[in-house]
Design a protein around this ligand. Structure first.
Ligand code: HEM
Length: 153
């Protein structure tokens, strides 16, 4: 069971953090110049719509595997190492940022794109970009914490 839990945990982390890396580092600099400009916003709207579904699946898998490990395998919060406490903190921070992005910013972006309101779409995309950059940075740190923690935690 621990092998299954770790496998689910790591696959979900790879999907979420790897997806943000691809979006931010590869796709973002490739989109400027694609004409006409509204097409760029439509592309982002479609990309996010698919990616965010996977982020929800990844969050569900991360939480289920994480709390199974903490509560069943490791014997509760009192028993876990420092790196798991830190991972729990950064993990919830990432989920909070994603929740804000998904429920507060994404609907406004999606509606702006659907209604052809370019200025609003560009504004909301800039907010999404900052939130994704923040979560990418925290996500990379979290992965390093998770993998290296057993040697120092
Ligand atoms: C609610 C938040 C989370 C909790 C309670 C949690 C819990 C855990 C636990 C108990 C382990 C096993 C640690 C060990 O064997 O020493 C682990 C490993 C790991 N976690 Fe998390 N985790 C959380 C969120 C995250 C997130 C958001 C990510 C990345 C996006 C992540 C990435 C990892 C990685 C990469 C490992 C190492 C797997 C390995 O090499 O064995 N975790 N986590």
């Amino acid at each position: 069971m621990i092998i299954l839990a770790i496998a689910i945990h790591i696959l979900c982390a790879v999907i979420w953090v790897g997806g943000m890396f691809f979006a931010y580092v590869c796709l973002r600099p490739s989109v400027p110049g694609i004409e006409p400009p509204p097409e760029r916003l439509k592309l982002w709207s479609r990309v996010f719509s698919r990616f965010f579904t996977w982020v929800w699946i990844a969050i569900a898998g991360l939480l289920a595997s994480a709390y199974w490990m903490v509560l069943v395998e490791f014997g509760g919060h009192a028993e876990i190492d420092l790196h798991v406490h830190l991972m729990e903190g950064t993990g919830w921070l990432m989920m909070g940022i994603f929740g804000f992005l998904y429920f507060r910013v994404w609907p406004k972006f999606r509606t702006a794109v659907a209604e052809g309101n370019m200025p609003l779409g560009v504004k909301k995309l800039a907010v999404i970009r900052k939130l994704v950059a923040t979560n990418l940075a925290i996500g990379l740190i979290t992965v390093v914490l998770g993998v290296t923690g057993r040697y120092w935690g």
